[in-house]
Design a protein around this ligand. Structure first.
Ligand SMILES: [Zn+2]
Length: 223
């Protein structure tokens, strides 16, 4: 598993604290500290399920089959955390949009639309306009691979921008969402983060490594 704090791959090694039950279920808290010395933060999961006991007629010892398990520290949505390469400006809105998705899809969608507009302006260099026009600019520029262009274009259809012009003219406004709209916005943002931040960073690391090899044998860096 990946540590939900630092995203480094770690071996799960949780200890269980059994909390006994209520009318609904039996409950336990599972905790572990991240073994990565740069992190070391505690991960806390809440779980419920069927209990077991080691000895008959003795108190329960813990949960044997788990029906529900949720990480409560760090409190996170079910979505993958934003990659560390992504600038704080965008990561913050995206993370908040993920966290509130289940409680308020319309608030989540408003944050996502604002985040999308920022990405289009800051990274894709579109001219400031309303969101629908900015989406059209990036599609017309043909700078994005077609799967991304189509995904961004779909935001206007899924969100029914024609019937809700405020979604385009006032992106951060909290307006009713269509089914699947808030999730789709997050999916598109995730794909854009990969395109604008993660992939360039991976290529840069590889390029730097190659340049170093070339320098070691006295050759000039790649052009
Ligand atoms: Zn960690």
């Amino acid at each position: 598993m990946k540590c939900p704090h630092c995203l480094v791959e770690i071996n799960p090694n949780f200890s269980e604290t059994f909390l006994y039950g209520d009318k609904e279920s039996f409950w336990s808290i599972f905790t572990m500290n991240c073994p990565n010395s740069n992190c070391g933060k505690m991960i806390i999961d809440l779980a419920s399920g069927e209990p077991y006991r080691d000895t008959r007629n003795q108190p329960w010892n813990g949960l044997k089959s788990i029906k529900f398990r949720q990480t409560i520290r760090p409190f996170a949505s079910g979505r993958s955390p934003v990659p560390p390469e992504v600038d704080e400006l965008f990561a913050k809105d995206y993370n908040e949009a993920c966290l509130i998705l289940t409680f308020s899809p319309k608030a989540s969608a408003a944050l996502s639309r604002r985040c999308l507009q920022n990405v289009l302006r800051e990274k894709a260099g579109v001219k400031k306009s309303d969101l629908s026009n900015e989406i059209q600019q990036i599609i017309d520029s043909k700078l994005l691979p077609s799967y991304l262009s189509k995904s961004i274009d779909a935001i206007r259809n899924i969100g029914n921008f024609a019937a809700h012009p405020l979604k385009s003219t006032s992106t951060g406004e909290i307006i009713d969402v269509e089914i699947g709209e808030a999730e789709w916005l997050l999916d598109v943002l995730e794909a854009l983060f990969d395109f604008y931040f993660v992939q360039p960073s991976i290529l840069k690391t590889k390029r730097d490594a190659l340049d170093k090899k070339l320098a070691d044998i006295g050759k000039p860096p790649m052009k």
